[in-house]
Design a protein around this ligand. Structure first.
Ligand SMILES: [Zn+2]
Length: 141
């Protein structure tokens, strides 16, 4: 059996398309086995990235070790890490479409993308009632 991503990611992509539709096609590449991508412009490592020229989002699927450590205190952080990053990068695609890249600095764009991702993930979790199951335990998939 071949799969492109787990069901939670696919459900979240469907959620983004329904709630924040974008006419333009944005292609997501799910990088299984990766927990970072290299950013050309800053030469630094980032988790995910949106490439405006190609209209691609490169999305690593593994949780970085430092996030796993933090998630010991907050399991939702680990569960939502990948979809939060996907929402953040998708917001950059929306900003790109709106011409915001020329109007605002990176910091402001990133701030807004984080807020967008916070809101989208919270709404998704409510909609899918996936914050806690009947036993009060956090579901992972
Ligand atoms: Zn960003």
């Amino acid at each position: 059996m071949i799969i492109v991503a787990n069901k939670r990611i696919l459900d979240f992509i469907d959620f983004l398309n329904r709630n924040y539709p974008l006419e333009e096609e944005i292609k997501v590449t799910c990088l299984h086995g990766y927990d970072a991508v290299m950013d050309d412009e800053t030469d630094g490592h980032g988790f995910a990235v949106y490439l405006p020229e190609q209209k691609y989002i490169l999305l690593p699927m593994e949780i970085p070790e430092n996030v796993k450590e933090e998630a010991l205190k907050d399991p939702e952080l680990e569960r939502d890490f990948v979809i939060h990053n996907l929402a953040h990068e998708y917001c950059h695609a929306i900003q790109d479409k709106n011409g915001d890249f020329e109007k605002y600095g990176v910091e402001k764009l990133d701030d807004y993308a984080d807020k967008f991702a916070d809101g989208a993930v919270a709404k998704f979790n409510l909609e899918y009632n996936s914050i806690k199951d009947e036993k009060g335990e956090i579901k992972n998939d």
